[in-house]
Structure formats: structure tokens, C-alpha cells
Design a protein around this ligand. Sequence first.
Ligand SMILES: CC(C)(COP(=O)(O)OP(=O)(O)OC[C@H]1O[C@@H](n2cnc3c(N)ncnc32)[C@H](O)[C@@H]1OP(=O)(O)O)[C@@H](O)C(=O)NCCC(=O)NCCS
Length: 214
Amino acid sequence: MDDLLPGFVAVEVAGAADFEGELLPAEAAHLSPRAVAGRRREFTAGRVAARRALGRLGVVGHPLTADNRAPVWPRGTTGSITHTAGYCAAAVARTPDVRAVGIDAERRTILPANVRASICLPEELEWCATRPGEDWWPAVHFSAKEVVYKLWSPIVGTWLDFHDARLTIDVETATWTARIDPRRLDTSPGAPDRFTGRFHVAPDLVRSAGVVPA
Ligand SMILES: CC(C)(COP(=O)(O)OP(=O)(O)OC[C@H]1O[C@@H](n2cnc3c(N)ncnc32)[C@H](O)[C@@H]1OP(=O)(O)O)[C@@H](O)C(=O)NCCC(=O)NCCS
């Protein structure tokens, strides 16, 4: 994931042992006692990878709690966690360097038509249709829009729908720009009106990431 982010962002991809790692007591309190084994494993890998990334910024032994599922980062830092079947990563940075960090990984699957329509605006679906044989573009939209939400949420603190952002993809530079619907900005004064990031498509995995500069 560090290939998609500026050098001042500390990125850790979880290894196999991290899925069986130790949670700090304050972190375990944010995992439902009814959590299935898979959820426990991904939550643990995210916490262990995030604490290792924080360690590279000199922040050691700090439990990573949550507020309504959003990670609560130690003072002076911010970051993002993602997990999808068998893959987990965390990225953190100092808040003097950035306002927000967002990362997302998704297994590369062909999304059903109803899911594509719920994620993509009609003009985004039209753009995907101009790339015949490249069935991964709706998944790229999905992944990039999840990044947009992970950047928006810590700054603005409100919900953002998939259709509230219009994505433009530059295939040559493997970058995306998301413009927020002006009607949404009217109800969120001071919110950023656009977000940018990078993406990568592999045979089995789609990854996206971005930052909001300080
Ligand atoms: C929150 C959300 C983006 C997470 O994405 P996901 O694909 O389900 O899962 P990921 O594995 O990539 O990310 C999960 C992690 O996101 C983080 N997260 C959860 N809520 C968050 C928030 N409000 N802000 C930032 N990060 C958040 C958590 O660390 C979580 O992992 P954890 O519970 O193990 O700590 C997604 O569930 C969601 O609610 N999406 C709808 C909103 C949206 O994406 N709108 C698009 C706007 S253009």
C-alpha cells in the first residue's frame, strides 16, 4: 500500500501472524463478544498493523480504540485501516503533515449490476462502458469511494453517500479525483470539495489510497 501514498505516511501490511496477534485490553473492548472468528482476525490484524505503523512514528503501546467503528488515533496522528479476505493494511501519519489518510483494498470481483448502480453515478457507469473487457473499473470506483469516505468522515464527521462523489479516473497516471456534489457541500460548510488519490489493480486485488494535505 505504500506505493500509493506519500513517503511521510507509515504503512504496514499485516503478515499471517498479525491475524493471530494480541489485542490490548482497551482495543478488545471494541470487539463485540459475539464477533465471529473472521471478524476477530481482521480486527486484530488491523490493530496490530496500525500499532506497528504508529511505532515507526515514535508512538508506542497506545491502544487504538474506536468511536462508532472509526479508529480513534493517538493525539498528533491520523490514519486508516482496511481489510478484505486475507489482506489487511494500516497507514498512519502525523497531523502536521496531513489532515486525513484513507486506504482501501477489495478483492477484484465483477460487481452485480445493482451494486454497480448503487456505487456509481450514471456518468461513471458510462465511463466504465468505454473500457470494454476491463471489468474491474466499477470495483475501482467502489474502492476509491470508500477512501473518500475514510477521508471525509474524520474531517467532516457526517455520512457521505456513494452518489455524493463523482469520480474521474486517469488511467495513464493511475490516479482519481472525487468531486463532492455541491448540494452536499451546502449542508457541510467548510468540507473539502474534492479528494484525490491513487489506485492499483492486480489480478486478485484492487487497492486505493489518498490523503488530505494539511
Ligand atoms: C466505513 C467503510 C468505508 C469501511 O469500508 P469497508 O470496505 O467496509 O471495510 P474496510 O476493511 O476497507 O475498512 C474497515 C475499517 O474502516 C475503518 N472505519 C470504520 N468507520 C470509519 C469511518 N467513519 N472513518 C474512517 N475509517 C473508518 C475501521 O478501521 C474499519 O476496520 P475495523 O473496524 O477493523 O477497525 C464502509 O463500511 C462504509 O460504511 N461505507 C459507506 C460510506 C461510503 O463509503 N460512502 C462513499 C462516499 S463517496
